[in-house]
Design a protein around this ligand. Sequence first.
Ligand code: ADP
Ligand code: ZN
Ligand code: ZN
Length: 723
Amino acid sequence: MPIARIALDIPLPTLFDYTVGEGMEISVGQRVLVPFGKRQMVGVVMELIAESEMAAERIKPLTSVLQDSAPLSAELLGLLNFCADYYHHPIGPTVLSALPTRLRSDKPLTVRLPEWYGLSEAGSTPDPLVVPKRKVVQHRILDMLTQQSCSLDQIKRLSSTAGGQLKALLEAGYVVRCEPVRAAHSLVNAHTLTDEQQVAVQAVTRQKGFGCFLLHGITGSGKTEVYVHLMHHVLQQGAQVLLLVPEINLTPQLEHYFRSRFPDAELVSLHSGLGEGERMHNWLQAQSGAAQIILGTRLSVFAELPKLALIIVDEEHDSSFKQQDGLRYSARDVAIFRASQRGISIVLGSATPSLESYHNAQSGRYHLLKLSGRAQAAARLPSVRCLNINQTTMHHGISENLLREIAQRIARKEQSLLFINRRGYSPVLMCTSCGWLSGCKHCAGKLVLHLSDKRLRCHHCGYQIRVPHACPSCGNADLQAVGSGTQRIESVLQEHFPEARILRVDRDSTRNKRAWQTMREQIHANEVDVLVGTQMLAKGHDFPELTLVGVLNPDSALYSADFRASEKLFAQLAQVSGRAGRSAKAGEVIIQTAFPDHPLFRALREHDYETWAQTLLIEREMAGFPPFVFQVLLRAEGRQEGEVYAFLQRAHAEAKALAHTVEVYGVVAAAMPKRANHFRAQLLVQGDTRKILQTFVRAWRPSLDAIPAQRLRWSLDIDPMDF
Ligand code: ADP
Ligand code: ZN
Ligand code: ZN
């Protein structure tokens, strides 16, 4: 009897063996139901072998093969094996977490595969008695199908009654189900490409086999237009393209945008904002090959894409491509591996590439493609200047000069955006008498004052309390809010500009999905004068009336312990600056800082990513940081501080005993040393190459598993992004 080796969602680095019953049809990649302990679990067949290493009497038979979905491809299983191995995560949870929720259960799939329809012979001359003129929708469906066959989704988009009308046409025999067939795809509103865009498009389309391209172009330089032309090329080959984007809140907009450019292509999106059923439907569309454009956030890098010919990663530097728990993968890096595995091109696009990618482009491992100017002749780069906060009068976090500039914009009916990286009213509440600060009792962080509901709230663990009337420590009634968050800035602005329409955009004000959509519409309709927002507003939005961007408190990132903080700050400020003056109106950016001469701000003023990146790369090389070395971070947390440190000290000793080729740092507290009553600490190891590091981790791992740690949680983070 053959043995099936199954991946199960069990946190052990192994597959589980089961016997396959007589006559059971089974193949690698199929989902199966197996007994595990007292339960029945869904797993995936990874291998079929003749004999198991386990004693025959200990192997149980598998319960059934789930035939309602096609087996996972060898290619996808290969990708998942690679991830489990590279990120040192157990294979079972790796495989299962890559599947849509519905496929992780044994409930029969109710989602139907995409249906396609075309005209029957009779359908080209329908009987006017059967389809009279007044049946407008039926006529529109017939017209549409005269041109080419269409999917059910496309037909349903015609009208809310299209589904029913289609059924009538099917019954009349004018329409039949068919295979997906496509005419040549049209690209709407294609611009004549600039020379630089042309070079970029040609370089990618002429590439044979695997190639990684870094498309570096400032915001507004026409990167999206390059993507569109590349996608068109893929569509004409009848293949699939995967476009990875960082944020969920951008996907509906992008989806709408790409649909408008490719009205007759099948586009699906894959992100966690979708309902389970919709996500399953879209995933199956991708798996069947019917979906041609797949627009998704990081998890979509694991979608089945049998005809995949190109991957594009937009805003490749964005840290949200990195998953921060479970399988801690970087979707960008996995995408690069996927492209090389398949022998296709991948394009990484950004105005501010990650130093990793930029370094690879400079060393020739990636091909560098540059767009150096804004694509529209009229759109100029915004002018950027710094305001020294030590030489100006400040009004609760906003300088007088900035207030004056805002007033001018309001008078001209233009929009301003104040960018601040902290939601809430103000970060802490302080007692003016004894110096008490509103700390969280479960975390090392501070409770943030939220005035709207008069609460102090921890942004790390969610703990909240009512604002105390007096100092809990000394009883003094004079408690003051220190520092500024979005809510406080909003109220300062309201006081200053009572007539102005002020809109706050942060995670609190957009908790409800519709809210953000409505806000965007308001901004576009110019029903807002001043926007106050966190980084949610920095990304990708195109607000034509926005001419002033004020950056309120960027300085803390300049001297942060995180060595990536200034790289991230530059990217963020470049991005938020890019919001100003997208159309013909000139944009201006004002940065409030105590350090106007800092090289970061100089580079921003001069729109000079290159010099800045070069400066950082030199620093990183001297300090021995990525991208010149590769890192693994061992994190541990638990309720007993002593246990956490004891575990890490053992791990440290094991590493030291093993390692001659890597650098093992000391055990240190995490940046957030206590969160939700758990103490957190970590241990960093560096190697000069990925290979050296991987060899080390492979040897280290078994000794970690052997350290008793029942009351701890620990994890390995390969290529960690935050510390
Ligand atoms: P990015 O993605 O780099 O921010 P976009 O592709 O969105 O830039 O382009 C910015 C603006 O310039 C858009 O309005 C776009 O329609 C326009 N645009 C892009 N390429 C061209 C071109 N070759 N000629 C004229 N306009 C262009
Ligand atoms: Zn006090
Ligand atoms: Zn807390």
